[in-house]
Ligand binder design. Structure first.
Ligand code: BES
Ligand code: ZN
Length: 481
C-alpha cells in the first residue's frame, strides 16, 4: 500500500513537474519588469540575457499573470518567443541601417491637398462595422482567417475599381499562427525596391472570452484608417516613385507574432524599408490633443517628420488637428517589430497613453461606443500625407482633364473669374498654389461660376487648380500684379 502511494506520489509529482515545465515559455520584456518579477516571484521567472533596457526571459504563466496585474492598463507586457535562442537573439537584432536614401522633404502640396479632400468618414465607419461584425478576430478562430481572406478581396476590388495594374495583394502565411496577414503592394514607378509601409493589426482579443472580441477600436479602426488613405490615393490617381505596402497583421494580440515574422523576413532578405508607421487604435478621442506620437520603440527623426507634416498640412484650414507625445513603456504594438529589426518606425496613437479607449480587449470594444469615425479620419489624413511625401509622386494617373470648351478662367483687377458651363460635375475645390507649390488659398465646394478676390496675394505667378467631384482637374497659370 505504502509503495503504491509512493509510486503515485512520484507519478503525480512527475506530471506536475512536467506540466510546470510545459507551462513555461520564452519571451522578451522590459528589463525593469523582469527584475521586479524576479524579486516578487522568484522561481517563476529566469532572466536569460539582458541588453539595454530589455531582457530575454523564461517564465511561467504565474509570472505572466503577476506581470499583467502590475501593468494593468495594457496587455501581457512581454513578447512571446518560440524558444530560448530566439528570445536571446531578439536582443541582438538592433541592426544598423543606412537611412540616407530619404531626405524627408515636404514638396507634394497639390497631391496631398487633393487626397485630403477625398478622405471620407463614411468609408471608415463602414469598414470598422464590417470588421466588428466578424464577432471575433482572435487569431485561432476561423472568423479571423476569414476576415483576412475577405480583406484581401476588398483591397483587390479597390485596386480594380480604380484601374490599378500596379497593385497586388497577398496573404502572408505564418509559422506560429494559423491566421494569415494581408499585404498590399503598390509598385514604385522609379524605385520599386524601396518600401514605405503602413500597418495595423487585423486580429482582436477579449479578456472576457475570445469568442466575443469585436475589436472595433483595437484595431479595426487602424485597418479602416489606412484602407481609406490608400483608397483616396487611388481616387486621386497617385502613382508612387517608391513602392508602398499596407499590412494587416495576424496575431498581434498574443505578442506581435504576425508583424515579427514579417519584419524578420524583410530584414533577413535585406529589404530596404524606408520608413514604417503603425496605426493601432485611431478612433477614440480621449485627450486634449488629437494625435499622440509614441516616443519609445520609435525613431526620433521619423517622429519629427510626421510632426512637420502636421505643422504643414494640419495646423490650419479644413484639415486641422493637433498632436502631442506619449509613451507606451514597452513594445506595445507592431511598430516594435520593425523597430527591433533596425527600421525607422513610428506609432501615432489616438490619445495620451492611459487615456485611450477604456473598452479595448473587452466585448464592449464596439463602434457604438464612439458612434463616429471623425477621430480616425485624422489618422487617415496623416497616413496619406506620410505615404505621399515619403513615396513621392511620379505623376497622377487616370485623372481626366476638364475639356477646355466648358470653362472660362481669367484674372482681372486681381480678381479670379471662372465659369464652368453645361458641365455635369460640380467643382469640389479651388486651390491656388504659389510657384514653389505651397497652397496659398483654398475654397471648398464653390459654385460652378463665380469670382474670388486675390488682392491679398503678393504680385507674381500662381497656379489655380480646380477639382471636380469626379476627380477631373483644371490647372491654370495666373498672374497677380
Ligand atoms: N492596441 C494595443 C496597444 C496599446 C494599448 C497601446 C493601449 C497603447 C495603449 C495592442 O493591440 C495590444 O494590446 N498590445 C499589447 C502588447 C502586445 C505585445 C501583445 C499590450 O499593450 O498589452
Ligand atoms: Zn490590443
Amino acid at each position: 500500500m505504502k509503495k503504491i502511494v509512493l509510486i503515485a506520489l512520484i507519478f503525480f509529482a512527475g506530471i506536475n513537474l512536467y506540466s510546470q515545465e510545459e507551462d513555461r515559455f520564452y519571451a522578451t520584456m522590459a528589463l525593469n519588469d523582469a527584475r521586479e518579477l524576479l524579486a516578487d516571484k522568484p522561481g517563476e521567472i529566469e532572466i536569460l540575457a539582458e541588453r539595454g533596457n530589455e531582457a530575454a526571459v523564461h517564465m511561467s504563466h504565474i509570472a505572466a499573470e503577476a506581470l499583467h496585474d502590475r501593468i494593468l492598463v495594457h496587455g501581457p507586457g512581454y513578447i512571446f518567443k518560440p524558444d530560448a535562442e530566439t528570445a536571446v537573439g531578439a536582443l541582438d537584432r538592433r541592426v544598423v541601417r543606412d537611412h540616407s536614401r530619404i531626405a524627408f522633404t515636404i514638396t507634394e502640396d497639390p497631391v496631398v491637398m487633393q487626397v485630403l479632400n477625398l478622405i471620407d468618414v463614411q468609408n471608415i465607419e463602414d469598414h470598422i462595422l464590417e470588421l466588428e461584425n466578424y464577432g471575433t478576430r482572435y487569431h485561432t478562430f476561423a472568423s479571423a482567417t476569414q476576415s483576412a481572406v475577405d480583406l484581401k478581396a476588398k483591397w483587390e476590388a479597390m485596386a480594380t475599381l480604380y484601374g490599378r495594374t500596379d497593385v497586388s495583394v497577398r496573404l502572408y502565411n505564418h509559422l506560429s499562427t494559423q491566421m494569415p496577414s494581408v499585404i498590399m503592394t503598390i509598385d514604385g514607378a522609379e524605385f520599386p525596391d524601396e518600401f514605405v509601409i503602413v500597418g495595423g493589426h487585423l486580429d482582436s482579443t477579449s479578456n472576457q472570452g475570445n469568442n466575443d472580441a469585436p475589436g472595433a477600436d483595437d484595431d479595426a479602426s487602424g485597418i479602416a484608417s489606412i484602407t481609406e488613405a490608400v483608397r483616396a490615393l487611388f481616387e486621386a490617381g497617385f502613382v508612387p516613385k517608391r513602392s508602398i505596402e499596407i499590412m494587416a497583421y495576424a496575431a498581434e494580440e498574443i505578442g506581435l507574432v504576425g508583424s515579427e515574422e514579417i519584419a524578420a523576413d524583410y530584414s533577413s532578405n535585406n529589404v530596404n524599408v524606408t520608413a514604417y508607421v503603425q496605426f493601432d487604435m485611431t478612433n477614440y478621442n480621449g485627450s486634449g490633443q488629437d494625435v499622440y506620437f509614441i516616443t519609445d520603440f520609435t525613431d526620433g527623426t521619423l517622429n519629427s517628420f510626421l510632426m512637420q507634416l502636421m505643422d504643414h498640412y494640419n495646423a490650419s484650414g479644413s484639415h486641422t488637428f493637433t498632436y502631442g507625445t506619449s509613451l507606451c513603456n514597452y513594445g506595445c504594438s507592431d511598430h516594435a517589430s520593425w523597430h527591433n529589426e533596425g527600421y525607422m518606425a513610428a506609432f501615432p496613437f489616438e490619445a495620451s497613453f492611459g487615456q485611450h479607449n477604456p473598452n479595448i480587449h473587452t466585448a464592449s470594444d464596439t463602434y457604438s461606443f464612439t458612434g463616429t469615425a471623425e477621430h480616425a479620419v485624422k489618422f487617415s489624413k496623416l497616413c496619406s500625407e506620410f505615404l505621399i511625401e515619403t513615396a513621392k509622386s511620379d505623376g497622377l494617373l487616370a485623372v481626366a482633364e476638364v475639356p477646355a470648351e466648358v470653362y472660362n478662367i481669367y484674372v482681372s483687377d486681381n480678381t479670379l473669374y471662372y465659369s464652368f458651363n453645361d458641365f455635369e460635375a460640380d467643382i469640389s475645390a479651388v486651390v491656388v498654389y504659389d510657384i514653389v507649390g505651397n497652397s496659398v488659398m483654398r475654397l471648398e465646394d464653390p459654385d460652378n461660376e463665380g469670382s474670388i478676390t486675390l488682392g491679398h496675394l503678393s504680385a507674381g505667378m500662381y497656379i489655380v487648380n480646380f477639382t471636380t467631384d469626379y476627380s477631373e482637374v483644371v490647372n491654370k497659370k495666373i498672374i497677380i500684379r
